[in-house]
Write a protein that binds this ligand. Structure first.
Ligand SMILES: C[S@@+](CC[C@H](N)C(=O)[O-])C[C@H]1O[C@@H](n2cnc3c(N)ncnc32)[C@H](O)[C@@H]1O
Length: 251
């Protein structure tokens, strides 16, 4: 399946992930990493998919102007529909992260890229482009799958979190019935993730060990502020800052 068709098909089932508590927690963590809610920030969500980060930001009293870009029109259509009520501070537009982005230098305070870096043709070049459009001292938040990441530990964490909240027999029974329904829905997402993993094995997609990812981000000119794992420990979670004056190690 070609890349475009793959992401178009994924858009039909992508929001099944919204039912997973680890995915919800990941988005909340990204929002905390963006900074205090009262700041007026300009944020780029690179590879925004179906606009879930925007939806979470818009549900909270966060004072931000956010632009979501993505190369899949079907993803953008869902994102716009979900965030219709917040047109003033949130917009979506098509853009290919493998190309020069249609933004001025230093246009953003924060760039976020959640689970998209791995799918880009030349992640280092895209990171340099994020560097260009960030203001000095601006922050980059990268969330990207670890080498050998998979969906099932994320589901495992979801089950643990649901169970920890339930004490009664009936509560647990209802939770298990819902879980069965969720697993059935996740099967298609699981199959699509097998394609993603195969593309990783074929070196078409990029899954990193932490030192490799850190090297990539610092080579693009960023200073690391926080490195951790999240999303059922399947993703790296990196926060970095655009250092004042680029250190271009590739030049
Ligand atoms: C796994 S989804 C992540 C969506 C969103 N960031 C989230 O965390 O829910 C990956 C997204 O990256 C987009 N994408 C893939 N390659 C891209 C490219 N070259 N330029 C822009 N977006 C791209 C896909 O269309 C898809 O919406």
């Amino acid at each position: 399946m070609k890349d475009k068709a793959f992401w178009r098909f994924y858009s039909l089932v992508y929001d099944t992930l919204l039912r997973l508590i680890p995915y919800q927690k990941l988005l909340q963590r990204v929002i905390r990493a963006i900074g205090p809610p009262d700041q007026t920030l300009k944020i780029l969500d690179a590879g925004c998919g179906t606009g879930n980060l925007e939806m979470f930001i818009n549900q909270q009293a966060i004072n931000a102007a956010i632009i979501g870009v993505d190369s899949t029109p079907a993803m953008l259509a869902i994102a716009r529909k979900k965030n219709r009520a917040s047109r003033k501070n949130c917009r979506f537009q098509p853009a290919d992260l493998n190309q020069t982005l249609p933004f001025e230098d230093s246009a953003f305070d924060v760039v976020v890229a959640i689970n998209v870096l791995y799918a880009l043709a030349q992640p280092l070049e895209s990171l340099k482009e994020f560097w260009r459009i960030l203001r000095p001292e601006g922050r980059l938040i990268i969330v990207t799958p670890k080498n050998k990441a998979n969906l099932w530990p994320i589901l495992g964490e979801h089950i643990r979190l649901v169970q920890a909240d339930l004490k009664s027999f009936w509560g647990r029974l209802v939770a298990w019935l819902k879980m069965g329904w969720l697993v059935a829905n996740l099967l298609i997402v699981g199959l699509l993730n097998l394609i993603i993993l195969k593309r990783g094995r074929d070196k078409k997609y990029h899954f990193y060990e932490l030192p490799e990812l850190e090297e990539l981000v610092t080579t693009a000119g960023f200073e690391l502020e926080e490195t951790d794992s999240d999303y059922g420990h399947q993703d790296w979670f990196l926060v970095s800052r655009k250092a004042n004056g680029r250190v271009d190690k590739t030049a």
